[in-house]
Design a protein around this ligand. Sequence first.
Ligand code: ATR
Length: 322
Amino acid sequence: MRALANGAEATTLAAVQPAFARAISPATRLCAVLGWPVRHSASPAMHNAAFAALGMDWRYVAHAVKPEHLGEALRGACRLGYAGVNLTVPHKSEALRLVDLADPVSTTLQAVNTVVFEALRDGEWTSPGCAGACDGPVRMHGYNTDADALLRALREDLAIEPRAARVLLLGAGGAGQAAARRLADEGVGELHLVNRTEAKAEALARELEAAHPAVDVRVGYPAGDIEIVINATSSGLRSDDPLPYDAARFSPGQADAAYDMIYRPAETPFLRGAKSAGCRTANGVGMLLYQGAAAFELWTGRSAPIDVMRGALEEEIYGGMR
Ligand code: ATR
């Protein structure tokens, strides 16, 4: 900072945010998250830190897009030369219907959280992106990086190998169904499904039994020990929420590890209880991080700087609480 004649202090951009000192130029490539609402998204902080760390002339912004405008927004971003976008609540299922092609995971999960815009060049669909002149054919390629992010979080943050593991999954809403389908696909050993509304867990179990006859799917609490209990319910987001399981029928001490998809607050009553029962624990920051890292790699073709992205996410989400 330097003092001006009038006593005020002029602040250089580099002094405020060294990571973003690089000027936006006509060559700057853009990515975005589309949501409604979107103002609490931590994704811009994570991706912009990654671009800055790798010295890339890219930016990631957030756009509030009403559900009825999603198609226009996607086609507009594609034509404007965005490299790609993320979709957050409530756009993931509608995005599956809007993209020109969808990868197998997003088709299985019926949800797209990442779109790569591709341009036809010399007869080939190329990515990353169609930044610059988009005067030829373009298409929207949908992916789902959320479900693999759960598997990666279990492996890297909790040292749990999902294949053949005994798993208790709490929740059969949108997040729970996606987790159950991906876990079954991965070949878990036992999948115990519990949901406050039992009929939803039963419907999910029937679907999984038909699609994955080799996986042992059961509705209800496990009788013995398991490797991992996962909270995919929304109970824990508010401080007065009840535990997402029935403490008379399940004790977290039955599990080696506990994963909570919730990341705000950092420690829910579910995770606190699991930690005091001796479980290894991790919250949903890992899922947010790994889905973002996979999207980053799809758009840029470069390895995501995981440590930088985790640091930026934690600063964005928990920085003010420290
Ligand atoms: P998401 O897309 O985040 O999964 P959702 O589809 O609304 O959101 O699902 C919320 C999940 O949290 C459901 O499994 C819900 O149980 P119900 O199907 O019985 O509604 C679960 N849930 C919400 N509040 C809960 C609570 N207090 N205790 C246990 N489960 C709860």
